[in-house]
Design a binder for this molecule. Structure first.
Ligand code: AP5
Length: 213
């Protein structure tokens, strides 16, 4: 199964993707996570991406498409994948179409998580994630058992540098201007399903399951 998970920053793409991965035994391919890993390792790609990410702007399409094309060659993706945070622009969607065509593959679903802006700002400014396993917490909605420490492996929790209110406002604008229009790219293929991303994480996941099963 090959799925795109589309939605504004903070819509819960990462949270829901991790649940889908577990149940459907497919991989999560998050371009944001890949870029952050490159930054941690101090690669040239990571250094190039840093200025865009810190301002809440998109990393250039050529960089993203090169990175994704490399991932697509990995055998781990054979059983299927969920694309989290990619594509984000029309050129990226065209690039993905070409990558799929080259492998004689097609998408199964494009899920769009919808959440109002005010809720997104609240969620993101209170987000923390595990520096090791990447598990996502929220200081308001889903806090860890012990402050600042991951429940699963005891590693310190980190606050993403782009989760400040100012940067989040720009990320929301970028989503509306450049990413949400992708719904029109996938609508003619009959792949798009809008999911209400507000409310309980488990209830949202149940809505997703209804589409996927
Ligand atoms: P990326 O890492 O992709 O971030 P994003 O799309 O902005 O999305 P987020 O990770 O912020 O949110 P999410 O929807 O995954 O929400 P989460 O589940 O964590 O991109 C970061 C940057 O990298 C970009 O700005 C850009 O610079 C660059 N980039 C990445 N991909 C790119 C691309 N393709 N092209 C160009 N540039 C690219 O949840 C958020 C919080 O809400 C958590 O605290 C969570 O616990 C909480 N939460 C989740 N669900 C609920 C719920 N139902 N109720 C209450 N709280 C909830």
């Amino acid at each position: 199964m090959r799925i795109i998970l589309l939605g504004p920053p903070g819509a819960g793409k990462g949270t829901q993707a991790k649940m889908i991965v577990k149940d459907f035994k497919i991989r999560q391919l998050s371009t944001g996570d890949l870029l952050r890993e490159n930054r941690r390792q101090g690669t040239d790609l990571g250094k190039e991406a840093q200025k865009f990410m810190d301002g809440g702007d998109l990393v250039p399409d050529s960089v993203i498409l090169g990175m994704v094309a490399k991932e697509f060659k990995k055998p781990e993706l054979k059983p299927g994948y969920i694309l989290d945070g990619f594509p984000r622009t029309c050129p990226q969607a065209d690039g993905l179409d070409q990558l799929l065509k080259d492998q004689d593959l097609a998408l199964d679903h494009v899920l769009v998580l919808d959440v109002p802006d005010s809720e997104l700002v609240r969620r993101l400014t209170a987000r923390r994630s595990c520096s090791e396993c990447g598990h996502i917490y929220n200081l308001v909605f889903n806090p860890p058992k012990s402050e600042g420490v991951c429940d699963h492996d005891g590693s310190p929790l980190v606050h993403r540098s782009d989760d400040t209110e100012e940067t989040v406002v720009n990320r929301l604008k970028v989503y509306k201007d450049q990413t949400r229009p992708l719904i029109d790219h996938y609508n003619p293929q009959g792949l798009v399903r809008l999911i209400d991303g507000t409310g309980n994480v488990k209830d949202i996941y149940d809505c997703i399951l209804k589409v996927l099963k």
